[in-house]
Design a protein around this ligand. Structure first.
Ligand code: AKG
Ligand code: FE2
Length: 300
């Protein structure tokens, strides 16, 4: 619902595999907004993720007194393309990207378990959303690049916003894939809606679910188009030393990058079927490159 106070961004809970929104018409609005809040599942412990978010960039090596610090040495040279520690030049964020194939060998054990729980939530959310779309269930797994059958790309990615760096927090972008489950607990996130930027106030006890480019492309020609939300994080001010730096982290669900498993991103044409739109690896590299350059944006 759009009111004089704002858009009334949607909140939902997953119950028995279905998304129950707090407002009638909630799902339709969420698909138009490109995001919604989802209640955290009961019993999901976020301690490990929050610790890693506050520690991965600290100097040193992980050790028995602090297994959550000292991860800047895990770079893409060691882990592979788009993986590991990145320090951005034009944004405040320094980041840590890690695909599910590496979770057990790189992340502390409790964090690997949390990553799996967040992936399972993300896939439950995606299935519940797909049930509302004009897309036959027999096409779901192929259309979504096999991410529903454990063959997709699943990254748990961390952001630390360095308040001493006088730059934007995180540049304008759309997430690349199907759904993102984002833990964002401090102000600073903004979304674009109807040509204007709107701050998103954190709602305790919830994650934010973002829809990404893959689902926007797939559904564009259907009766149930899903918007990928353009978003950014504004520059974080230097404050007093006792206030901890802003962090966030997110579980990203993308298609398989293995072309034998998934040829790329599809568009669904009702009455015809799936049409291959673009190679996914190239698409992903372009979006990432454009997000972290000075004068571009991670849009397509
Ligand atoms: O920090 C946030 O609130 C958003 C982070 C984000 O958009 C991302 O990591 O893709
Ligand atoms: Fe994002």
């Amino acid at each position: 619902m759009s009111t004089a106070q704002g858009y009334g961004w949607q909140t939902a809970a997953l119950r028995g595999g279905e998304l129950v929104f707090s407002t009638p018409g909630g799902i339709e609005q969420a698909l138009r907004d490109g995001f919604f809040h989802v209640e955290q599942p009961e019993g999901l412990d976020l301690t490990a993720g929050d610790r890693f978010a506050r520690g991965f960039y600290l100097p040193g090596e992980p050790d028995s007194t602090d297994p959550f610090r000292g991860f800047q040495h895990w770079t893409s040279e060691r882990l592979g393309p788009r993986q590991g520690y990145y320090c951005r030049d034009d944004d405040q964020t320094e980041q840590f990207f890690l695909e599910s194939a590496h979770w057990d060998s790189v992340y502390p054990q409790a964090l690997a378990r949390q990553a799996e729980a967040m992936r399972s939530l993300a896939l439950d959310v995606l299935r519940a959303v797909l049930a509302h779309l004009e897309l036959p269930p027999e096409l779901w797994d192929e259309a979504t690049g096999r991410c529903l059958s454990a063959r997709g790309t699943y990254n748990l990615t961390f952001n630390h916003f360095r308040p001493e760096v006088p730059r934007r927090g995180l540049n304008v972008h759309k997430d690349s894939g199907w759904v993102t489950v984002l833990r964002s607990t401090d102000p600073g996130l903004e979304v674009e809606r109807d040509g204007a930027w709107h701050p998103i106030d954190p709602r305790p006890g919830t994650f934010i679910v973002n829809f990404g480019c893959a689902i926007e492309i797939l559904t564009r020609d259907t009766r149930t188009p899903v918007a990928a939300v353009a978003h950014r994080v504004v520059q974080q001010p230097r404050t007093d030393e006792r206030k901890p730096d802003r962090f966030s982290y997110a579980l990203f669900v993308d298609s398989s990058l293995d072309e034998d498993i998934c040829p790329g991103l599809f568009r669904y044409e009702p009455g015809t079927g799936l049409r291959l739109e673009t190679n996914f690896g190239t698409f992903l590299d372009t979006i990432l490159h454009n997000t972290y350059q000075k004068d571009t944006a991670g849009l397509y």
